[in-house]
Write a protein that binds this ligand. Structure first.
Ligand code: C2O
Length: 578
């Protein structure tokens, strides 16, 4: 009796306080969502990799930058102060930013850049997303080193839809240049040629044992025999799709792009830049060390690429090193061939949403966008040195034959809100201006896109289907297409030209995966659907930064709906202007 009284006493006072709370607010209490405040200092920091030290743009002196950990429903408030000599913005890749487009981050799209010396506070709430996302700079090529993980756990008191892992480890796959990446892209823009390839891939910023001067800092991922752990794999590389594999261990995929998927087992992942994958790994092998390795998936023929391999070490605790095991080499996985598209297809077609999803089936906008490269003829009067693309051309890229150009005086969102004319037009075409055999032998007359800042207008709540059709202009390639402000369903993918009569029957309208980045198969197509329920201006682009540099992008303008809850919030006071 006494025991009961004692333990019920705090409960009674809790009820009393709850009563007071209800009395004063007149509302039911909800589980308290937290506000997480962070300071991001963007600054030049000396970073030593591959036997060299170079000044590197980082956040808070860290490469990769800080990992943010929140629960679904929480609010983030990140004050970014720019102490670097470049303009910067931060994008919260995959965060829906419902009504908070001002916090999305792509420069000249939703904000003007934060100038050197300036600052801006990004405020937004995570709504209904769980799993792994990430953040990265969205200005020139700064994201080569300015990026970090954003981990979203279930709401307080809720659990994962799988057994709680013992440990969780974010694994950020990246790409390192010995040169300053900003100089690499500037040189490419000057010459019109392809930018220099990277010098290393990295896992959590470390190239690993297979590179010079790197093995002492190789990322170690500890595991204990019998444990099941969660790996949050993020492809943060600038220009390269990557295979990822752990020697002798199967991976069970449970989530992607902060949505849960029906679990499936695979030995290899392929992630395009922008994509994330949550996988479970069970320590069911002899207790030694195993390499986790990533290297390129190269779908374009004949293009030079960084063919190196980055590694981290999965280390069984009982194999943790005292001096005597240092000489034992970790087991190396057998990675797929660089051009193993069959493995990629088997992987990307394995994804299914977990739980009930509502795929829009009445479509208001049936769009068909070609995505691919192009070559511009050398402009009259230009010197040879500025036309170093194939056969004296300049590289370009486009969607529906339009090569996207960012404005420089206003952000698109600001221009839209304030009705500033002359910044953009809303005539982005719903279909390719010319129909052709997209994946066949394309006539040279179709290789030169037009440039412009064209948006496609959507009303609040309209439903959209887009066929993303790869082209073989110059060369066919897998393009990871990313849409800001939305998750979309990938309802089908295939090779060759999309054929509505044949391919509509392949649509999965029952349990397609919900993603923010779709890898469009090399010489093929993917079909996505979403509901335009988030007002604002939303960039859609290839997440290979070299392609966005060349114009492989467009943007949607989604109008406000009726009333406050269907309208974008007011711009924050400290929003940078141009
Ligand atoms: Cu991950 Cu436009 O971005």
């Amino acid at each position: 009796m006494a025991v009961l009284r004692k333990s019920s006493y705090p409960f009674c006072s809790f009820l009393f306080l709850l009563g007071l709370f209800l009395l004063f607010t007149g509302e039911m209490p909800v589980t308290m969502a937290k506000v997480h405040s962070h300071d991001f200092l963007v600054q030049a920091t000396p970073v030593n990799r591959l036997c060299k030290t170079r000044s590197t743009i980082t956040v808070n002196g860290m490469y990769p930058g800080p990992t943010l950990e929140v629960n679904n429903g929480d609010t983030l408030e990140v004050k970014v102060t720019n102490k670097a000599r470049y303009n910067v913005t931060i994008h919260w890749h995959g965060v829906r930013q419902i009504r908070t487009g001002w916090a999305d981050g792509p420069e000249f799209v939703t904000q003007c850049p934060i100038r050197p010396g300036g600052s801006y506070t990004y405020r937004f709430t995570i709504q209904g997303q769980e799993g792994t996302l990430w953040w990265h700079a969205h200005s020139s090529w700064l994201r080569a080193t300015v990026y970090g993980a954003l981990i979203i756990r279930p709401k307080e008191g809720n659990s994962y839809p799988f057994a709680k892992p013992t440990r969780e480890t974010p694994l950020l796959l990246g790409e390192w240049w010995n040169a300053n990446p900003i100089n690499v892209v500037r040189q490419a823009q000057r010459t019109g040629g392809a930018p220099n390839i990277s010098d290393a891939y990295t896992i959590n910023g470390q190239p690993g044992d297979l590179y010079n001067c790197s093995s002492k800092d190789t990322t170690i991922v500890p595991i204990n025999t019998g444990e099941t752990n969660l790996l949050r794999v993020i492809n943060a590389a600038l220009n390269q799709e990557l295979f990822f594999q752990v020697a002798n261990h199967k991976l069970t995929v449970v989530g992607a792009d902060a949505s849960y998927v029906k679990p499936f087992t695979t030995s290899v992942l392929m992630l395009g830049p922008g994509q994330t994958c949550d996988v479970l790994i069970t320590a069911d092998q002899p207790p030694v060390k195993y390499y986790m390795a990533a290297r390129a998936y190269v779908s374009a023929q004949g293009a030079p690429f960084d063919n190196t391999t980055t590694t981290a070490i999965l280390e069984y605790k009982s194999a943790a090193c005292s001096a005597k095991c240092i000489s034992v080499k970790p087991v190396m996985p057998n990675l797929p061939a660089f051009n193993d598209t069959a493995t990629v297809t088997a992987f990307t077609t394995s994804f299914r949403s977990r739980g009930k999803v509502f795929v829009p089936n009445k479509i208001d906008h049936n769009l068909f966008f070609t995505v691919g490269l192009g070559l511009n003829n050398c402009p009259p009067g230009a010197s040879n040195s500025s036309c170093q693309g194939p056969n004296g051309t300049r590289f370009t890229a486009s969607m529906n034959n339009h090569s996207f150009v960012l404005p420089s005086n206003f952000s698109l969102l600001q221009a839209h809100q304030q009705g500033i004319p002359g910044v953009f037009t809303t005539d982005f075409p719903a279909n390719p201006p010319v129909q052709f055999d997209y994946t066949g032998n394309v006539s040279r007359s179709l290789w030169q896109p037009v440039s412009g800042t064209r948006l496609y207008r959507l009303k609040y709540g309209e439903t959209v289907q887009i066929v993303l059709q790869g082209t073989s202009i110059f060369t066919a390639e897998n393009h990871p297409i990313h849409l800001h402000g939305y998750d979309f369903f990938i309802i089908a993918e295939g090779f060759g030209n999309f054929n509505p009569r044949r391919d509509t029957s392949k649509f999965n309208l029952v349990d397609p995966p919900l993603r923010n980045t779709a890898p469009v198969p090399v010489g093929g197509w993917a079909v996505i659907r979403f509901v335009a329920d988030n007002p604002g201006v939303w960039l859609m682009h290839c997440h290979l930064d070299v392609h966005i540099t060349w114009g492989l992008a467009m943007a949607f303008l989604v109008e406000n709906g009726v009333g406050e809850l269907q309208s974008i919030e007011h711009p924050p006071e400290d929003l940078p202007v141009c």
